[in-house]
Design a protein around this ligand. Structure first.
Ligand code: C2E
Ligand code: CA
Ligand code: CA
Length: 406
């Protein structure tokens, strides 16, 4: 249950009538803290001074001074972790693309309201609202200092979780993706969004990547010795690709752990493959020459040019989860998904769909010929020791989800 008396709601709309209407509606639903605001700058000021950000923002896209998209940019900068409802009189394509933008920034969006707003629609959206804080208490706004993150790395407080990856056609378990977690002594489990950016800006990312990679390589070898052949994927940050010896460092770590380069996949996020590509290109090409597999991550969310995609010898393309979950039944998502799949096939890359959350997503991948899948529907990220047990469970489901073709 939502504790409406405690939740803070901000309404941002230049139309004073709308502000009154929405404030009134929310108040009548029991929301005690509703702040109306008619321009973005004022809203941001409120935001900066308030002890905590609002839990929900109702945001008009069309405003004369700062429009809704610009406002979203500010939300992203301030690591907004609350939820959002978009309001607009624009057509549904505009609303949909704004929604995609918000999702790509990983902000929770409850949906949109078309003007003129119907009270029942607002009520319905509010009903779908689950407070992130209730589900995942550690995804709150807390930020950590360089010193804290540095200590976490050197004290071994980072642990690797592994998310299974399966072949869509036959259900084979082909590998796992390594996802860093911080077991914080006081705050519990801390997710990467809260410490990877700190590590990236504060020059700790090489130490972090080395720690994650060392653990993943040791695990890879342990699985192999236990008779499990799993390809292990590791996330790299673009900030890892700044020093020309990186490929040699990776090769040395893998050799020391007795793991073949072919058994390792290095995932790079597209959105950061933007500026000067000379050094990253050098490193990635050498990694590829050394037979490490390269994967382009979060495909579809970034701004990199298609040329860059063809310039770098990626073996695999991971379609971002925002274009996978619900793609069946949404023409815009489907178009982006199809285009990504087509592009990958043309360039002879394998395609991984991320964010497979339900049976419908899975059936869609089966129909469209995607190679691999990852997502909560298949398996959540888990500690290494749980993987063998998960495989047993998967084998039982597999019969039904990926029946052998007769
Ligand atoms: P990513 O590489 O795109 O990883 C996938 C994220 O999606 C993971 O979040 C995973 O828990 C989540 N996920 C998996 N299946 C589903 C699903 O079905 N639905 C939804 N909604 N989400 C799903 P996580 O673990 O919080 O990681 C977030 C990001 O942090 C990763 O995104 C990756 O970019 C970064 N990251 C994680 N570990 C490392 C690391 O060791 N090094 C670097 N540089 N970045 C890392
Ligand atoms: Ca990844
Ligand atoms: Ca991804």
């Amino acid at each position: 249950m939502l504790n409406k008396a405690k939740l803070k709601v901000l309404i941002l709309d230049d139309d004073v009538f709308m502000l009154q209407l929405l404030s009134h509606l929310l108040a009548s639903q029991g929301f005690a803290s509703v702040t109306p605001c008619d321009n973005g700058h004022q809203a941001l000021n409120l935001f900066d001074s308030a002890r905590t950000a609002p839990d929900l923002i109702l945001l008009d896209l069309n405003m004369p001074e700062m429009d809704g998209v610009e406002f979203i940019r500010h939300l992203v900068k301030s690591n907004y972790t609350g939820s959002l409802i978009l309001i607009s009189g624009e057509n549904s394509r505009v609303l949909q693309s704004a929604e995609k933008l918000v999702q790509a920034h990983r902000i929770t969006i409850l949906g949109h309201l078309r003007k003129p707003v119907k009270p029942a629609e607002l009520t319905a959206l509010i009903e779908t609202w689950k407070i992130p804080a209730q589900n995942k208490p550690r995804r709150l706004n807390k930020s950590y200092s360089r010193e804290e993150v540095r200590a976490a790395i050197s004290n071994g407080e980072l642990v690797n979780y592994y998310q299974p990856k399966v072949a869509v056609a036959n259900g084979d378990v082909v590998g796992v993706e390594t996802l860093a977690r911080w077991r914080h002594p006081l705050d519990g489990m801390v997710f990467p969004d809260q410490f990877i950016p700190v590590a990236e800006t504060d020059d700790l990312i090489n130490d972090l990547t080395r720690a994650v990679m060392t653990g993943a390589l040791a695990q890879s070898r342990a699985w192999r010795q236990a008779g499990l052949s799993l390809r292990v994927a590791i996330n790299l940050s673009m900030d890892n690709l700044t020093s020309l010896d990186f490929a040699d460092v990776v090769a040395e770590l893998a050799a020391a752990a007795d793991v073949a380069p072919q058994d390792l996949i290095l995932e790079v996020t597209e959105s950061r493959l933007m500026t000067d590509m000379k050094v990253p290109l050098d490193i990635l090409t050498r990694l590829s020459l050394k037979r490490f597999h390269l994967s382009i991550d979060d495909f579809g969310t970034g701004h990199s040019s298609l040329t860059q995609l063809s310039d770098i010898p990626f073996d695999e393309l991971k379609v971002d989860r925002s274009f996978v979950h619900g793609a069946d039944g949404n023409d815009t998502l489907r178009a982006i998904y199809d285009a990504s799949l087509g592009l990958a096939k043309q360039l002879d890359m394998k395609v991984v769909a991320e964010g497979v959350e339900d049976r419908k997503d899975w059936a869609f991948l089966r129909r469209t010929g995607c190679d691999f899948a990852q997502g909560y529907f298949i398996g959540r990220p888990m500690p290494a020791e749980e993987i063998a047990g998960w495989i047993d469970q998967w084998e039982a489901r597999r019969e039904e989800l990926a029946p052998p073709v007769k």
